[in-house]
Design a binder for this molecule. Structure first.
Ligand code: FE2
Length: 444
């Protein structure tokens, strides 16, 4: 049997989510030791200290042609390490290889394996430990694992995360605090694990034939993944890609579910995330209100769906999203820090999302900021008559949602007419007059 020695690979990548996906793939498919760097200088330092087999770069992650600049620097120092580059570069690189921006990561991995004369057979015959180590730096909060993940304690392996569990940052922090920087997966399940991250989820969401009950559940998992990733690592390209699939999935539910009652039946019987139920219902009700306004547009619908998805992104616990007024907030037993977070969550959402490269960032930012009625995005009960038209629609949809979510029992839940009466009484205010008559025309 051919002997394979462990490869040392430098992964030059500054974006956390990509670092995780690339690092995980290189580790698990090639059994490589992956060292991450962010800059040319860091990379040069590592090369001078260690034997490096190759460097992996996604050139699109940098404004400069970093692959070319790194190569020039290496030549000057009389060192040459093969470069495997994704994206555009002017470098003609005989030692390594170049790949198109939209290439499959699998092809790059295969090509690296081939350059080292590693075949799939050799990989499978490699003498590997029963538990395969996963460096914790490659695990992104918000991922859903499909296999058990273990920790090692005095030579025994114990389950840290169950299959199907979403990995929350608090749990990762706990592990780190206990001195565990390495997690483990069963050797035979490691490729299943890496195959299933993010991309699988996106593909599933895009399946047009998924049944409603299944779609409600799958979208919820994706929703929680996006929320956790956005909170912990910001909204990078891959998180946004997942968010967009999720919003599309929610929009398709909004369009295809014939009545609010049917939607409520479907989501109130599951015990899942309150924030997800809230987002889905707001999206549903708001979309129906927009349809009845004088000049409804596709752009308005898109912006509204987006805002419904992201409005409570700053709130990482369901219990925070169950607080609807400043009074409730004041009376709650939460800490000062938590209270401030809730008070400021609208402005936090606006900032997070407008920096994410989303289209229509201005409009989206405004409605996120105003989604509790304040033009400044502060507090839960500061209702201003000067907020935007879509923000007012959002507030109606949100209020309606909060009312119905309080009643799991169908018998006791206020009906459409009762909710509309409540809204009319509460929002008999300047600025809202134009919208009130629309409520009577709603078909939902
Ligand atoms: Fe909110």
């Amino acid at each position: 049997m051919a002997e394979i020695t462990q490869m040392n690979i430098i992964l030059l990548e500054h974006r956390l989510d990509y670092k995780a996906i690339y690092g995980m793939n290189l580790t698990l498919y090639l059994g490589a030791n992956v060292i991450t760097t962010k800059t040319i200088q860091e990379t040069m330092n590592i090369i001078s200290e260690q034997n490096i087999d190759l460097i992996f770069i996604n050139n699109d992650a940098y404004v400069q042609d970093i692959a070319n600049d790194l190569f020039t620097k290496m030549e000057k120092n009389l060192t040459t390490v093969p470069l495997f580059i994704i994206g555009n570069t002017k470098l003609n690189n005989d030692l390594g290889e170049k790949f198109e921006s939209n290439c499959q990561l699998r092809d790059v991995i295969q090509s690296i394996a081939k350059s080292k004369s590693i075949t799939a057979k050799m990989m499978s015959e490699m003498d590997q430990p029963a538990y395969f180590p996963l460096p914790m730096e490659f695990i992104v909060p918000g991922w859903q694992t499909i296999v058990e993940i273990f920790i090692k304690r005095s030579d025994t392996y114990r389950i840290a995360f169950l299959a199907e569990e979403i990995i929350f940052s608090e749990q990762l922090e706990e592990q780190k605090a206990d001195g565990n920087n390495q997690l483990y997966v069963d050797r035979d399940k490691r490729l299943r694990f890496v195959n299933n991250i993010t991309l699988q989820m996106t593909a599933k969401l895009n399946d047009p034939n998924m049944e409603l009950t299944e779609r409600v559940k799958v979208t919820e998992v994706a929703f929680q993944m996006v929320m956790e990733q956005a909170r912990q690592i910001g909204i990078g390209d891959s998180t946004m890609e997942l968010a967009n699939s999720c919003i599309e999935s929610m929009t398709s539910m909004v369009k295809s579910i014939p009545s609010l009652d049917k939607l409520l039946k479907n989501i109130l019987k599951n015990t899942g995330s309150y924030r997800y139920k809230q987002s889905l219902l707001i999206s549903y009700i708001g979309s129906h209100i927009i349809k009845k306004t004088k000049y409804p547009s596709k752009t308005q619908q898109e912006i509204f769906a987006f805002v419904s998805f992201f409005h409570n992104i700053g709130l990482h616990k369901d219990e925070y999203a169950m607080i609807h007024t400043d009074e409730q907030l004041e009376e709650s037993n939460l800490s000062e820090k938590e209270k401030i977070l809730i008070e400021r969550h609208a402005i936090i959402a606006a900032r997070l999302v407008t920096n994410s490269g989303k289209k229509n960032p201005y409009e989206v930012g405004i409605i996120l900021k105003q989604h509790h009625g304040s033009t400044k995005g502060l507090g839960l009960s500061n209702l201003s008559p000067n907020i935007s038209h879509l923000a007012m629609i959002f507030i109606f949809a949100q209020e309606w949602t909060n009312i119905v979510l309080n009643f799991e029992n169908e018998e006791r839940r206020p009906n459409k007419k009762q909710v509309i009466e409540t809204l009319k009484r509460k929002y008999d205010l300047k600025g809202f007059y134009n919208l009130l008559p629309i409520l009577d025309t709603l078909e939902l």
